[in-house]
Write a protein that binds this ligand. Structure first.
Ligand SMILES: *[C@@H]1O[C@H](CO)[C@@H](O)[C@H](O)[C@H]1NC(C)=O
Ligand SMILES: *[C@@H]1O[C@H](CO)[C@@H](O)[C@H](O)[C@H]1NC(C)=O
Ligand SMILES: *[C@@H]1O[C@H](CO)[C@@H](O)[C@H](O)[C@H]1NC(C)=O
Ligand SMILES: *[C@@H]1O[C@H](CO)[C@@H](O)[C@H](O)[C@H]1NC(C)=O
Ligand SMILES: *[C@@H]1O[C@H](CO)[C@@H](O)[C@H](O)[C@H]1NC(C)=O
Ligand SMILES: *[C@@H]1O[C@H](CO)[C@@H](O)[C@H](O)[C@H]1NC(C)=O
Ligand SMILES: [Fe+2]
Length: 467
């Protein structure tokens, strides 16, 4: 080439290179799944940094990817300084067969993911789901995560319920912590439905990371509370945080209460309760605990339990009693605690020998010890009479719904190499209201003091940062 031509060529190539606007990321990541509104559906969710113009899943049984489904994506802009953006894709697979292993890849004509798989549940109610339960799992010190991953891969669970508080916190570092956390859970969350409820650590920018990243059944409007069934169980996923962050709206607090009452009443119609005799509610902040901090559950008038103090409006415990919630699962305290059956701070053992056989009140557990950077919460030295078992070991809970009468729970200690440190079988020969007309919960102390305690909490900055 002549010198002139070389110079021209160089300029041309340089010009072309400059006209390309930076690097693009079309590669799918953070793949996770949730159940759909119907039993033959699965919802597949993933992220890409750049817009791919389409959201597709190739999937099929027998190791074949011979089916295609399309969905949509939304641009999620984090509320942090950088206003980082990404696209969250969502595709609903429909018409799936029961008890079938499906392979799938997600993406677009610009880039595809690795291959993942899930196995659909049996149809109907007559099977025995196994579920992993835990809350408060972070990015740092997620001690239980590797064990949960292996057990998920070994096929030990049909679903995971993460009872609030993710990543610590998803919005941190302009939501990079959220991205990292979603990558951490991908091996589990791409394989079995990862079902959630919000915790206090999700509150930034009106829970926007939580609302955008997770798609839960019957929650298209992202109210953050919803209901679903697994086998013989009706689950209610509750947003305890609405009442602790009233700055995001008072109406949602009332709306959730109305929804809870309506949903419980519907679940108790004889034909519905016959199909789904078990009612299990889960939410982040407990009604009962015996930790030595000053959290809501340590107060006589816990907001979750009694609602607005003095007036006792919008409290959930009375509804749980009236509509026969069998089991309530909570987290937030970084520990594990099992309670005796309890209502209004009174132990309601069925009998001294068999307290969990046909109890006349809900049973509560707190399982918030999966592992996060805030380590543990200690217990008081004088636990209340409703406290049956406590542990500070990192770990998680396994639920096995054996059949319509037997529900088994066990607590795994990761500190002790996976040892089961607590077991309980809840036996219910009849399901239904514990008491169709429960007494009101007992008030305590000076009403002005109670009011101060409540509103003091609303302005207490600790509510934002702790656990
Ligand atoms: C890809 O995303 C990055 C980060 O949001 C952005 O800076 C860039 O302009 C995008 N590129 C295209 C082609 O959209
Ligand atoms: C896809 O392939 C599997 C395995 O060969 C087969 O059972 C299934 O019927 C096929 N589905 C479609 C839609 O072709
Ligand atoms: C927070 O988000 C919810 C759900 O989108 C909405 O109803 C509510 O008005 C929002 N609150 C504020 C203060 O923006
Ligand atoms: C409830 O039953 C357990 C187990 O028998 C017992 O240890 C506990 O003291 C009982 N509590 C009450 C208040 O009866
Ligand atoms: C719990 O107790 C241990 C031992 O007394 C102490 O080191 C730790 O700081 C306590 N944790 C909290 C969160 O108070
Ligand atoms: C449920 O399983 C338990 C434990 O295996 C068994 O004792 C009980 O009879 C079963 N109940 C029903 C209704 O099948
Ligand atoms: Fe929390």
């Amino acid at each position: 080439m002549e010198l002139q031509q070389r110079v021209l060529f160089t300029i041309l190539v340089f010009g072309l290179a400059c006209s390309v606007h930076g690097i693009v990321w079309y590669e799918p990541e953070q793949v996770h799944i949730a159940i759909g509104a119907n039993p033959d559906e699965m919802v597949i969710v993933w992220n890409t940094v750049n817009d791919t113009g389409e959201s597709k899943v190739l999937y099929g049984s027998g190791g074949k990817l011979n089916q295609t489904a399309s969905g949509s994506r939304t641009k999620f802009v984090d509320g942090g300084e950088e206003k980082r953006s990404q696209f969250i894709h969502r595709v609903v697979l429909q018409g799936l067969s029961e008890k079938t292993e499906y392979a799938y890849i997600v993406g677009s004509s610009l880039a595809w993911s690795n291959s993942f798989s899930f196995k659909t549940w049996p149809r109907g109610e007559k099977w025995s789901p196994r579920i992993a339960l835990f809350g408060d799992m972070g990015n740092e010190n997620a001690q239980s995560l590797p064990r949960l991953q292996v057990e998920t891969m070994q096929g030990m669970y049909d679903a995971i319920l993460h009872v609030g508080d993710f990543a610590y916190d998803m919005d941190e570092d302009n939501a990079r912590v959220g991205d990292n956390f979603m990558r951490q859970i991908e091996p589990m969350a791409s394989k079995i439905p990862y079902l959630t409820c919000p915790g206090n650590h999700e509150q930034a920018y009106n829970f926007s990371n939580y609302r955008n990243r997770f798609w839960m059944p019957e929650d298209e409007n992202k109210q953050m509370y919803y209901s679903f069934t697994i086998g013989p169980v009706r689950f209610l996923s509750l947003a305890t945080e609405l009442i602790f962050f009233p700055q995001y709206g008072l109406v949602p607090i009332v709306e959730q209460y109305k929804w809870l009452k309506r949903t419980l009443a519907e679940a108790n119609k004889p034909e519905n309760r016959a199909k789904h005799p078990w009612i299990v509610a889960f939410g982040h902040r407990p009604m009962y605990c015996n930790n030595d901090d000053v959290d809501d559950c340590t107060h006589h008038e816990s907001l979750v339990r009694v609602g607005i103090p003095i007036l006792h409006l919008l409290g959930w415990e009375k509804l749980f009693m009236e509509y026969g919630v069998d089991l309530a699962v909570w987290a937030h305290e970084h520990s594990y605690e099992r309670m005796w059956p309890v209502y209004d701070r009174q132990v309601m053992n069925a009998s001294a020998q068999a307290p969990y056989t046909n109890p006349k009140a809900p049973v509560h557990i707190v399982t918030g010890s999966a592992g996060c950077r805030e380590i543990h919460d200690n217990f008081t030295t004088n636990p209340q009479p409703w406290s049956a078992f406590r542990s500070l070991d990192y770990g998680y809970t396994r639920m096995h719904v054996i059949n319509t009468t037997h529900l088994y729970l066990e607590q795994v200690s990761d500190d002790k190499g996976g040892l089961v440190i607590d077991k309980m079988t809840l036996i219910k020969e009849r399901h239904g209201p514990h008491d169709p007309n429960p007494r009101d919960v007992t008030p305590k102390g000076d009403p002005l003091m109670k009011l101060w305690n409540t509103w003091g909490k609303y302005v207490n900055i600790d509510t934002y940062s702790k656990k």
